[in-house]
Design a protein around this ligand. Sequence first.
Ligand code: MN
Length: 383
Amino acid sequence: MKRVAILGSTGSIGTQALEVISQNPQHFTVEVLTAHNNADLLIEQAIQFQPNTVIISNKEKYLYVQQSLDKYMIKVFAGEEALAQVVEMDSIDIVLGALVGYSGLIPIINALKHGKPVALANKEVLVVAGQLVNKLSHQHNAAILPVDSEHSAIFQCMAGEFEYGNSIEKLFLTASGGPFRGYTQIQLQSVTKQQALKHPNWDMGAKVTIDSASLMNKGLEMIEAKWLFGLDAKQIEIIVHPQSIIHSAVQFFDGSIKAQMGLPDMKLPIQYALSYPQRVPSTFPRFSFWDYPQLTFEKPVIENFRNLHIAYEAIAKSGNMPCIMNAANEVAVQAFLHDKISFLSMSGLIEKTMQHISYIAQPSLDDYIHTHNESIAYAQSLL
Ligand code: MN
């Protein structure tokens, strides 16, 4: 029985993780639930799953959550510090990192420092501070298990390979292409957030859906893959695969390619990360070849989706550059969601911020925190 702490239980990954757990009560139990703002759903989840502790980040909602859960003997804490500290609990076997963006960094670092394995959905943690996060994972013998579907695919392909030193020659990171695949520059100039929020294949939160439309998500995932699998960015090729059936592929030194496939459903990678190294049975819908007589592949159009180029530039410079890129992107996505910036201007905002903020080749955790705050402030000043 694994006791799970879900950081971000009311989001898309969090709610799907609870579905996985409710279908496998003999394998998993919920120890901690945390939410940023959605107190009502957090309370509902807590009553159903009876965790030891819940955290509501927004302190203004503490009293409401605490009073609602009082009679269930569930401990309630509030605030960012409580969120960062809760991962230290002895009774936690695995932490599911499903927060959005930079906000996941400190809690995940703290979980690793306390030797907790982390099932990581929150890719920005590795984008911002991959080198540091990897170092802590090794120092404290705390595994990072990918939840992102592409990285889960690669991880599944690597089962039984790493142990024998069979290293990766090349990665094929698949991308659906998002809702604007095939759009020209002119068409992209006038796309709206309503269009951007309609992802063709995946049902996800707003941040990652906008990132998918702008292909920044694939840029972030390229950097995530680099750190998870110890690769050079040049070894990672992005392949647009509109059906989202092949979730990614690995080419080994002998030229053999392994891919992992299935219907686009985040519950499978969530379950695999939680149950690893075992697989546990599921009732998720099964893939049928007869429903997909053709799987197709295209090159991404970098001229129209500049964010891909920006991400390769950021990781080539490394240091705090991906942290700057990520912070500026978080500002750009929020601005786009609030109609303050056009779809194509997001890339310009990110590039300007990357040019402005001081570069640090070997950042400490404090440097990352400082870089993030400075980049957020600068990107906001550009709006
Ligand atoms: Mn993904």
